[in-house]
Design a protein around this ligand. Structure first.
Ligand code: NAD
Length: 421
């Protein structure tokens, strides 16, 4: 068994399946379709040998999983993290399938990962890993096949290297092979902020449903990466008092509200919250249990489990990370009437603007920031309302409603396409 393998409640693939089974059952999904949609379409594991800066050779492991290609090319990020496992990538790929269907963009679901610690690699090592990984998965990616994007541990520069490696192999500049690229290299305006912007829009819509005034609300954000930082800024911009933000080193807390701009300036300079001296320090576990109105887990999976769900005090949970809540914790949050905006809806702003980027690359014509933001708002608000309506119609949680919506859309298309033999 892989030593990284996680069993039980915290295995993300099992967590995905637990929700999938519940939703499939509610939908009365045909047994054949159930079997098709439960199984990833394709999984590739590659060895990535790299000459390190000191001249030694290391071999890293990389994965790319395409869960479904029914609605279009696979779409999903690439994660560089030391804890990446195949089951995690499988779960993330499936979540991408449902997410793309929830926001109704014409993509299937995929995900990639490389088992490495990007914080311990030089830029040269990072570039060599990215290029070798891209070359190894080259046959299954492409603008009409599978379009990667950033995820934990990868940023626009990594996307630029993927675009360049792919383009060198196909002998033409192919910007649409990957999204989340730097603006100027086929990237879209608004992509960096898109996931956080989508989270802000979901927060705004949820507060309306809950009849809460943003200016009277407090929030805590776990994670100070792309998603966490941008979300904290947008919440601050809505006059919500952001009392805490964290990174892997722990949480920074100020009951009077953090100066989010100053925290971000510190992060831009030092890449860590350590050394920022305004406010108190708590652990990541303590941040989750703070008495705030809004909690945004935006770091990694399995942070809310059956062990701590009972202690969550927030009324509204907006999931920036993928899979931050386990299936066992779902039931506890539901019993405690926590309004959950599930990951496959809440963080779908990123894939939505990735879709815009892919469209713009293929047209060779680029939109202004306002056009991107307006289109994003239209899609996110519609998806939010679709999920809330579905939850009412089927008398289920928002999470299961989002699965119902996504699975139903993918199942209909899969049925229409039929089984090729
Ligand atoms: P990132 O690498 O930019 O930032 C991750 C942040 O989480 C960092 O502050 C890091 O220190 C912190 N962190 C990592 N492990 C942690 C742990 N165990 N406990 C506490 N903090 C930890 O990543 P990101 O792009 O912001 O992605 C964060 C989450 O959002 C991931 O689950 C990712 O799948 C999801 N997501 C990202 C996007 C996107 O557009 N980037 C889109 C949708 C979903």
């Amino acid at each position: 068994m892989n030593p990284n393998q996680v069993l039980g409640e915290e295995n993300p693939f099992e967590a995905m399946h637990a929700r999938f089974d519940l939703a499939a059952n509610k939908l009365g999904l045909d047994q054949g379709l159930y079997r098709i949609l439960r199984t990833p379409d394709r999984e590739l594991t590659v060895a990535i040998p790299i000459v390190m800066d000191d001249g030694s050779i290391e071999v890293f492991t990389g994965y790319r999983v395409q869960h479904s290609l029914a609605r279009g090319p696979a779409k999903g990020g690439i994660r560089f993290d030391k804890n990446v496992t195949l089951d995690e990538v499988r779960a993330l790929a499936a979540w991408m399938t449902w997410k793309c269907a929830v926001v109704n963009v014409p993509f299937g679901g995929g995900k990639g990962g490389v088992v490495c610690d990007p914080t311990k690699l030089s830029m040269g090592e990072l570039e060599r890993i990215t290029r070798r990984y891209t070359a190894s998965i080259l046959d299954i990616i492409g603008p009409d096949r599978d379009v990667p994007a950033p995820d934990m541990g990868t940023a626009p520069q990594v996307m630029a290297w993927i675009m360049d490696t792919y383009s060198m192999h196909v002998r033409q500049a192919s910007t649409a092979v990957v999204t989340g690229k730097p603006v100027g290299l086929g990237g879209s305006l608004g992509r960096i902020e898109a996931t956080g912007r989508g989270l802000m829009l979901c927060t705004r819509e949820a507060l309306k449903v809950m009849e809460l005034d943003p200016a009277q609300c407090t929030a805590a954000v776990q994670g100070a990466g792309n998603v966490g930082q941008v979300t904290a800024s947008y919440l601050d911009g809505m006059n919500i008092k952001v009392q805490a933000i964290s990174d892997i080193t722990g949480a920074l807390v100020n009951e009077k509200g953090l100066d989010v701009k100053a925290v971000r300036e510190h992060l831009a300079r030092f890449r860590t919250l350590e050394g920022y001296d305004e406010g108190d320090r708590l652990s990541n576990a303590e941040l989750l249990e703070m008495p705030v109105d809004i909690l945004v887990p935006a770091a990694t999976e399995n942070v809310i489990t059956s062990r701590n769900a009972e202690n969550i005090k927030a009324k509204l949970l907006v999931e920036g990370a993928n899979g931050p809540v386990t299936a066992a914790a779902d039931r506890i949050l539901e019993n405690n009437n926590v309004f959950v905006v599930p990951d496959i809806l809440a963080n779908a702003g990123g894939v939505t603007v990735s879709y815009f980027e892919w469209v713009q690359d293929r047209m060779g014509y680029f939109w202004g920031q306002e056009e991107v933001n307006e289109r994003l708002e239209g899609i996110m608000v519609r998806a939010f309302n679709d999920v809330v309506d579905m939850a009412k119609r089927f008398e289920v949680s928002n999470r299961i409603a989002a699965y119902l919506l996504g699975i139903d859309r993918v199942a209909k298309i899969t049925k229409m396409r039929g089984v090729y033999a």
